[in-house]
Design a protein. Structure first.
Length: 131
């Protein structure tokens, strides 16, 4: 888990529009999401992990434990249940949204954090660099 600790800024996004359509995201919200350049941070506080997402429209902080379901809030105030597991050196997050189930695979490749999101047949790949 330690390899994920720190802050990561989005530098590249591929196929995000297709994924947002597959997950039934409203077009207006999808346009906003694609325009954002979030900084995602992972840290640890005692026996809990902390995921912080910062954008120009706000900051969302979630404290969680691996393998335990918790409630996540989208940038637009919708809530959904999610769980994050560590599989080797990969973080795998699964959550349910209106469009179905979305799987988020996070892994480190060549010093970048690669986030692969999958919903139905749609896949998007986001590349983050450490800041």
């Amino acid at each position: 888990m330690d390899i994920f600790f720190g802050s990561w800024k989005l530098v590249k996004s591929v196929n995000m529009e297709k994924l947002l359509r597959a997950s039934d995201c409203e077009e207006e919200e999808g346009n906003v999401i694609q325009a954002l350049k979030p900084v995602i941070s992972f840290s640890q506080e005692n026996d809990h992990l902390v995921k912080k997402t910062q954008t120009i429209i706000g900051t969302k902080i979630r404290t969680f434990q691996l393998g335990e379901e918790f409630q996540e809030e989208s940038l637009f105030g919708q809530f959904y249940k999610t769980v994050i597991n560590l599989d080797g050196e990969k973080l795998i997050q699964v959550y349910k949204c209106e469009g179905g189930e979305v799987t988020v695979l996070r892994e480190i490749q060549n010093k970048d954090l690669i986030m692969t999101l999958t919903c139905d047949e749609a896949t998007a790949v986001l590349t983050f660099q450490k800041v």
